[in-house]
Design a protein around this ligand. Structure first.
Ligand SMILES: Cc1ncc(COP(=O)(O)O)c(C=O)c1O
Length: 469
């Protein structure tokens, strides 16, 4: 089922056949909807920019890792930017993508699949499968009736110590096993590949160099010509405490290390998730109670904030208090006053009754943050809403599209009363063209002038640090 898109002036979910409406800012979402439940605010411009950046920079095929954010709107923006290949982890994801785009190329890169999934995926036309064991290879051959048109990828175990989220403990064949699997796969499959995952939010390009070096050792020992080298996901996004090197550095490291494969005619693939969409959505949450420095909010670790709780990630936050006193607002006056300028640390507590549903932060917010205020929690486009459970009955599928924000923290860029437009595809393209035109105009202006126009978005399209707000 598609999530409910929200329209301005309504707290009700609208039918998904209703055209999207665009909110000009997250503040506007809060002001117009006064939402009681968390809302995912999606920034299409950010998705499209990142997707194009990957397509332009990466010397091969870019697969979007659907698990990271399978929101249909997110997928549509991805497709609009030119992404045609999707790494799916389940049949459910495969069906979702196929339902949206008939010409999408699907790749089943989960190394452990049920027999039914393999069978149905093959019937759907999927030919690419990853594996890291002889037992999975046997399952694949049995369930596809020893099809001769498979492309089989051996998932290699690689180090995950350069990543914030190490994925090395669960999947990946040791090099000696990978050598055997590669030899067997070569006899059975139309094409063979090696894939790996260096861990999510990998901060060091050298991790790819090392992993590709290991893949080369395996291919050399196996004496097998590899058709595809898939360097996986792991590309980092920028979080307040984690500022990675630019994507260009990662791509350069991959290009250099993968040259021996390319020289032998191999294609290069990558499967980014986080780096594509992390900046492309914020969660707008509400404070239901304040106890000292503890804020009880309506989203938590069983919702979109798993990483904030389990991994203690400090997502950027910002108070959203859009009401103006005396303008017929329905809130208490205190929610209408300009927030205190003094920023103090808070802890968040989620809405469920579980003791684990808390997030240490600390999250810096104005000292007078209180019940009835909204908070924008940024950088939640990746592994945010997709992690939600229905625990204790809390769940939200509301999505609001915010356009034409350059990035989630380009708050309130437009001061004028917004005109809402229906984003038909041409309208979206027109908005893009206008933004490009105005960006190139501002680049031609004197630096001082340019600075004053770019108060809320840094020149590279990234958000300013939160403390700037
Ligand atoms: C097989 C596979 N590919 C790609 C990804 C995406 O990784 P990331 O979001 O770190 O780019 C994952 C994440 O778990 C994965 O398991």
């Amino acid at each position: 089922m598609e999530p409910h898109r929200l329209l301005p002036g309504s707290t009700e979910a609208q039918s998904t056949t209703t055209p999207d409406y665009l909110f000009r800012s997250v503040n506007e979402v809060a002001k117009r909807l006064k939402p009681e439940t968390p809302i995912q605010c999606v920034f299409p411009d950010s998705v499209r920019t990142q997707a194009r950046k990957f397509i332009d920079l990466f010397p091969g095929t870019v697969l979007y890792a659907v698990k990271c954010n399978p929101g249909p709107d997110m997928l549509r923006h991805m497709y609009a930017a030119g992404i045609r290949h999707f790494d799916v982890a389940s049949l459910e994801e495969a069906r979702l993508v196929r339902g949206l785009f008939k010409d999408a190329k699907l790749h089943f890169m989960h190394p452990v699949k049920s027999r039914e999934s393999i069978r149905r995926a093959y019937r759907m036309g999927i030919r690419d499968f990853s594996l890291d064991s002889a037992a999975e290879l046997m399952k694949l051959m049995e369930e596809t009736k020893s099809a001769r048109d498979l492309r089989l990828f051996i998932r290699l175990a690689v180090a995950g110590n350069s990543a914030a989220y190490d994925l090395s403990g669960k999947f990946g064949a040791a090099p000696s096993t990978a050598v055997d699997l590669l030899r067997q796969a070569r006899k059975l499959a139309a094409k063979v590949g090696i894939c790996f995952h260096v861990g999510s939010q990998c901060m060091d390009p050298v991790a790819y160099t090392a992993a590709i070096g290991r893949a080369l050792d395996v291919a050399t020992k196996a004496k097998v010509k590899v058709d595809i080298l898939d360097v996986g996901g792991g590309f980092p996004a920028t979080y307040p405490n984690m500022i990675p090197p630019p994507l260009e550095n990662f791509v350069e490291a991959i290009k250099v290390a993968a040259q021996p494969f390319v020289d032998q005619g191999a294609e290069l693939w990558c499967e980014p998730g986080r780096a594509m969409v992390a900046a492309a959505a914020s969660m707008l949450v509400r404070v239901n109670l304040r106890k000292g420095r503890r804020l009880y909010i309506n989203d938590g670790t069983y919702g979109s904030l798993f990483d904030a709780g389990a991994l203690n990630w400090k997502f950027p936050v910002r108070l959203v208090r859009p009401q103006k006193a005396g303008r017929g607002n329905t809130h208490k006056d205190a929610n209408a006053r300009p927030p205190s300028e003094k920023m103090v640390p808070f802890m968040f507590y989620g809405p469920t009754c579980d003791n684990l549903d808390k997030m240490k932060g600390p999250f810096l917010l104005p000292e007078d943050t209180q019940e009835g205020d909204w908070i924008e929690i940024g950088m939640l486009g990746a592994y945010g809403s997709t992690m939600q459970t229905r625990f204790n009955g809390f769940h939200s599928e509301f999505v609001a599209t915010v356009w034409p924000e350059a990035a989630p923290f380009a708050f309130e860029r437009l001061r004028k009363k917004p005109t809402l437009v229906v984003p038909t595809e041409p309208a979206v393209q027109q908005a893009s063209a206008l933004r490009r035109a105005s960006a190139s105009k501002s680049m031609k202006q004197a630096p001082a002038e340019r600075g004053s126009q770019n108060l809320h978005a840094s020149g590279d399209g990234r958000a300013p640090p939160l403390s700037a707000k």
